[in-house]
Write a protein that binds this ligand. Structure first.
Ligand SMILES: CC(C)(COP(=O)(O)OP(=O)(O)OC[C@H]1O[C@@H](n2cnc3c(N)ncnc32)[C@H](O)[C@@H]1OP(=O)(O)O)[C@@H](O)C(=O)NCCC(=O)NCCS
Length: 240
């Protein structure tokens, strides 16, 4: 029997997903590039024409994770198209999110009558350059993050990426890192939006829930908005 090499990143990523206390209605899938049996992606799929071989591998892995997670929701869907904002176009009745880090992809999905939006982010790089951490943070923001075993810049970066993926459909313009200030509860291992320079985002800040976990320096963050939350008056972006 051929044994597949399972690296530390993959072990850590699987542990992170397993320990993330997602609502029970969520379904997740984790895959590593070494795994066979991924979805076939047609070379003509719009948006993939200029993908490098490495990018196509990741894309395929992410789409396969999404299909597996949707399968666990009882949906048998093939390759998700790419939306105009680069987000996957989820089928009716489903919301979800995809992340890639190292050779690992993670997808998380839920039924749209229960969850309005999801953002997931995995970072296995252990540290973020201090200059980059400065650039993505608002004044004093990094001081509120003191999590054992995690680089605070990397954790903040990941939280903001998860928030971005969760909220981008409710906001008409690009949400930059410094448009949002994050609040972190290190006892509960949760985060949220403390404030935003964007009025549309500021008004829904209390409806975005964030969870994080740390393992061997890798971090995973999940942001979501429940479907029962008051929906923004702004229309969703085209393609979603
Ligand atoms: C979109 C973005 C968050 C994706 O991050 P990334 O570095 O590529 O890392 P990840 O691997 O974790 O995520 C990639 C996946 O995000 C998803 N994605 C891309 N654009 C998205 C969007 N507008 N909304 C939701 N999900 C999106 C896609 O599924 C993509 O994978 P795929 O192309 O294979 O389908 C990032 O490129 C970006 O633009 N960041 C700047 C904006 C930001 O984060 N602001 C913070 C505000 S608080």
């Amino acid at each position: 029997m051929l044994l597949r090499k399972v690296d530390d990143h993959e072990v850590s990523a699987r542990r992170l997903v397993a320990t993330l206390p997602m609502p029970t209605s969520f379904r997740a899938a984790v895959m590593s590039c070494d795994v066979d049996g991924g979805l076939e992606i047609e070379s003509a799929l719009p948006g993939t024409e200029r993908f490098s071989v490495a990018r196509m591998r990741k894309f395929r892995l992410g789409r396969t994770c999404a299909a597996r997670a949707m399968n666990a929701l009882g949906k048998n869907v093939g390759v998700l198209p790419i939306g105009s904002d680069r987000a996957p176009v989820w089928p009716g009745g489903v919301v979800g999110s995809i992340t890639h880090s190292a050779d690992i992809s993670v997808a998380v999905v839920a039924a749209s009558d229960q969850v309005a939006a999801i953002g997931i982010d995995l970072e296995t790089s252990k540290v973020l350059k201090p200059s980059l951490a400065e650039r993505i943070s608002t004044p004093g923001e990094l001081d509120g993050i003191d999590v054992e075993g995690a680089d605070e810049g990397l954790l903040l970066f990941s939280m903001k990426e998860a928030i971005f993926k969760c909220v981008s459909r409710f906001v008409e313009r690009f949400v930059d890192f410094t448009d949002v200030s994050v609040s972190v509860d290190t006892d509960r291992m949760t985060f949220g939006i403390r404030s935003s320079t964007l009025p549309a985002l500021h008004s829904i800040r209390g409806e975005i829930f964030g969870l994080y976990r740390v393992d061997s320096g890798s971090v995973i963050t999940l942001a979501f908005r429940e479907a029962t939350a008051r929906q923004s008056a702004l229309p969703s972006k085209p393609g979603q």
